[in-house]
Ligand binder design. Structure first.
Ligand code: GTB
Length: 228
């Protein structure tokens, strides 16, 4: 059964990879699973039909038969568990890959998001100048620790897996903000993720929502018509 995901009808970043449907599209692409996309507006996301799928009125969601999921991490884990290619077979290696998935979402993403949100939304606040150095330090500490662990390795835990997919997706959102570029091995790690054909297809498909052009390299994706 072809799953359906939801994505922004008009993403504030104009489809440049910040919205979290990117990681779900990427995971589906890595395992070769075609998918449909239902685009939702900001107001539709807060209506009962969408809230039934996502209690917090957000994207992405994932529907497959009678299964409905929210939270990008849970969705990527579901995809990785149901298809070969994103988690190692050996149980200990599999557990470590899942640990990296949690690390990406619970340990690395929060300080990066907090820093980014403050830069975006709080610049005119009286506390901004005082608070920002703390947020910068927290983000740098996490990136430094991750950079030390990755070292010169290509991926975090052996071959590319769902842990790398989520970590690269998290780091990618800070690309160009200056802080990621302070860690050349992390920049190179993100570049390796971006070079994967499934990442490119996912990125192009998200961008195509904004430009209105059909996705170049993902013929399996057919945006569904919007509800009247
Ligand atoms: N923990 C959830 C997950 O991982 O799935 C978080 C989901 C989430 O944050 N969704 C955001 C959303 O629906 C879109 S991704 N927001 C609407 C709302 O909460 O009302 C975050 C995002 C997307 C695009 C930008 N941008 O373009 O600047 C910034 C952040």
């Amino acid at each position: 059964m072809t799953p359906t995901i939801t994505a922004f009808a008009r993403s504030p970043d104009r489809g440049r990879g910040l919205a979290r449907d990117l990681r779900v599209r990427w995971a589906l692409g890595e395992v070769g699973q075609p998918y449909e996309v239902r685009l939702v507006s900001m107001s539709e996301m807060k209506q009962p039909a969408h809230l039934a799928l996502h209690p917090f009125g957000q994207i992405p969601t994932y529907e497959e038969g009678d299964l409905a999921l929210f939270e990008s991490g849970a969705i990527v884990l579901h995809i990785a568990e149901r298809h070969a290619g994103l988690l190692p077979e050996e149980m200990n290696a599999r557990a470590r890959s899942i640990a990296w998935m949690f690390a990406a979402l619970n340990t690395v993403e929060p300080p990066l998001v907090e820093r980014g949100m403050a830069m975006l939304l709080e610049r005119d606040k009286t506390w901004y100048e005082q608070r920002q150095p703390f947020l910068e330090d927290r983000a740098r500490r996490r990136l430094g620790e991750l950079s030390n662990r990755l070292g010169e390795a290509e991926w975090l835990e052996g071959a590319f897996n769902a842990g790398d997919l989520l970590m690269v997706a998290v780091l990618f959102r800070s690309k160009g903000s200056g802080i990621l570029e302070e860690y050349p091995n992390l920049s190179a790690y993100v570049a390796r993720g971006e070079a994967r054909p499934a990442f490119k297809r996912a990125f192009n498909a998200q961008l195509a929502v904004f430009t209105g052009e059909p996705p170049v390299a993902n013929n399996s994706e057919r945006p569904l018509p919007r509800a009247p």
